[in-house]
Design a protein around this ligand. Structure first.
Ligand code: M6R
Length: 612
């Protein structure tokens, strides 16, 4: 949550920082601000989006070759002009931006108030800058040393950047729990929450580790030390990302672009890992741990939101193919219910961003109990990727729309490969069946392309439901998580209330909601439970509910019953989630667009949830 950007070099900082803010806006977008050094320390901030900040600074002095900028997702204090970042120190010599939460801010604030500090905002961040200022003034130390001392008093998560009127050639930044990347250009440096604002300037980056402070001085090599005052050698890496991956590429929204990218992103997540002809599944990242996984008595999957839905699909896959019992846990609940975890357990953590605080906390807990942690992450080098013992990247490419789409199908693809590999190792799958599934998996990207062709039809269908207030999504077996994911997608971007249920559960409560105004999306592709799903559809029809059915191409029985039909190509039942999800993503997208919602930046949400 919150995006931070910094620049120090010979160019004007303002355009670089503004562009960087636009690129990071998906991380939070309730207010934005910028601080620039040019003799004086100028600070401009406003409630609203980055575009509002751009309007706000029009005609003002925006010169300066050093600066920091922030786009906020409010935690402490409502989104308004005062709570927006950056924040000044009392002396107005320092400015800070922050992503994260200072958990002990109240105690620190009390102490600072007793020492005469006045607070303008309700934020936890302002506490930090007053503390740094206080240490600097009282102990006569350099800014980076004051930052280091202050961070030793802080409990919580932070990625911070600070500039000082008294040290105009310096930018200090630090991280713990929230991501921070430094870009190294020629005689210039960039700082950002992720690589998106940096990639067009340089491909050489340093990912800061937790509890590291970076001191960037104009014209000097950067220096990194820990908050325990240990010098670290900066380790730079080459960015793999391309600019085109983080631009809309002609689509109206990132979400639509990302939906359309799925044939490629699924292919990329299988690339080099699947060879159907040779009957090979190889996940290089977990090779040292796969025997342990194959011997596991139990797998626990921890994740949040869409990644949790992928985890549910994983549960079906691991149990079905590899015959290993699986528990799927909301990462946020796992930590607080004293779970029983042993050294024999395999914990799979799934996360697109690799920064989700609840998932990270669940990993730390499981690790402390001796479990083996396997990650499935999209963002390379992210905190979760680094916190796990081993893992597989999804390689879906940057996902910028807040609603997760291509990350979900890539996660499901990796889970399918893992389950197949473990099944092969455990001998729980017949060779012919194994080859059959591998062959079908290889054809999935093409079938996703085929599924995408129904977009125009779905757009027409969506136009009928723009004013609808509630939706129900039903599915059974592998399609139950798909129903949940479909409902989440709709509610988060269109603000229509939607629930996903196992189809048979409907009669235990939700059926009370059904009347002639209630659309019920039924994923009716299952072979095993087809007749039962038809019965569920009958139950809805008997109460005059509106049926939108996702069916396999050529279906007859459901077609006769449903009000609206969306066809997906035929595939193996266990691979249906990779196809049936696509029309649900498109349906949500077109309904949200029809309702004039901000599809890529839905209200109250942010892309990576780095607070618990
Ligand atoms: O980055 P992660 O996969 O860990 O994020 C988990 C959830 O916050 C995320 O999936 C969220 O539910 C999305 N907005 C769903 O579209």
């Amino acid at each position: 949550m919150c995006g931070i950007v910094g620049y120090i070099g010979s160019r004007q900082a303002f355009p670089i920082l503004m562009k960087g803010l636009y690129r990071l806006e998906y991380r939070g977008y309730d207010s934005a601000g910028i601080a620039l050094l040019n003799g004086d320390l100028k600070l401009y901030k406003t409630k609203g989006k980055v575009a509002d900040l751009e309007k706000f600074v029009f005609g003002k002095d925006i010169t300066g070759t050093v600066g920091i900028a922030h786009t906020r997702w409010a935690t402490h204090g409502e989104p308004n002009n005062v709570n927006a970042h950056p924040h000044f120190s009392q002396s107005r010599n320092l400015a800070i931006i922050h992503n994260g939460i200072i958990e002990n801010y109240l105690a620190l604030k009390k102490e600072l108030i007793s020492r005469g500090y006045k607070f303008e905002s309700d934020t936890d961040t302002e506490v930090l800058i007053h503390l740094i200022d206080d240490i600097r003034n009282n102990e006569g130390v350099t800014l980076d040393e004051a930052v280091r001392i202050a961070l030793n008093e802080v409990v919580g998560a932070y990625a911070i950047a600070i500039i000082s009127k008294n040290d105009p050639d310096m930018l200090v930044a630090a991280r713990k729990g929230s991501p921070l990347v430094v870009g190294i250009g020629i005689d210039e440096f960039f700082l950002a929450s992720d690589a998106a604002p940096i990639v067009e300037h340089t491909k050489e980056v340093i990912y800061l580790n937790d509890e590291e402070i970076v001191c960037i001085r104009r014209g000097e090599q950067i220096k990194i030390k820990t908050i325990k005052n240990k010098n670290k050698t900066p380790y730079s890496q080459k960015l793999e990302m391309n600019l085109s991956e983080i631009e809309k590429g002609g689509f109206d929204h990132f979400m639509l672009k990302e939906i359309y990218e799925q044939p490629r992103s699924i292919l990329d997540s299988m690339r080099g890992r699947l060879n159907a002809r040779q009957g090979k599944v190889k996940l290089g990242g977990i090779i040292d741990y796969e025997q342990k996984m194959a011997n596991a008595q139990r797998i626990i999957i921890v994740a949040c939101g869409t990644s949790w839905h992928a985890g549910l699909v994983g549960e079906y896959l691991f149990e079905d193919l590899a015959r290993i019992p699986v528990e799927v846990e909301y990462a946020s609940e796992f930590r607080y219910r004293n779970p029983i975890i042993t050294e024999d357990d395999i914990v799979i953590a799934i996360s697109q961003s690799g920064e989700t605080a609840d998932t990270l906390a669940a990993i730390e807990l499981a690790k402390s109990k001796g479990a083996t942690i396997i990650g499935i992450c999209n963002v390379v080098g992210s905190s979760i990727a680094r916190a796990t013992h081993a893992g597989s990247y999804t390689h879906a490419g940057p996902e910028i729309g807040v609603a997760s789409t291509k990350a979900f199908t890539a996660q499901v693809t990796i889970l399918t490969l893992m389950a197949l590999r473990l099944a092969q190792m455990r001998g729980t799958i017949k060779k012919t069946r194994f080859y059959q599934i591998l062959n079908e998996l290889e054809s999935i990207p093409d079938k996703v392309s085929e599924t995408l062709k129904i977009d125009t039809k779905i757009k027409e269908l969506a136009s009928l439901f723009i004013g609808t207030r509630n939706f129900l999504y039903l599915g059974r077996g592998y399609n139950f998580p798909v129903a949940m994911e479909g409902a989440l997608k709709l509610k988060e971007i269109s603000y229509i209330h939607a629930e996903g249920y196992p189809a048979a559960e409907m009669k235990h409560g939700p059926i009370a909601l059904i009347d002639q105004e209630m659309p019920v999306v039924v994923i009716a592709t299952n072979k095993g439970t087809y007749d039962k799903v038809i019965s569920n559809i009958q139950e809805v029809k008997a109460r005059r509910g509106i049926i939108i059915a996702i069916v396999t191409k050529g279906d007859v029985a459901v077609k006769d019953l449903a009000d609206y039909i969306i066809e997906v190509p035929e595939t193996e039942e266990l691979l249906v989630p990779l196809l049936a999800t696509i029309p649900l993503q498109l349906l949500s997208y077109h309904i949200a667009v029809g309702r004039n919602c901000n599809v890529d930046q839905p209200r109250n949400l942010a892309k990576s949830v780095t607070v618990e």
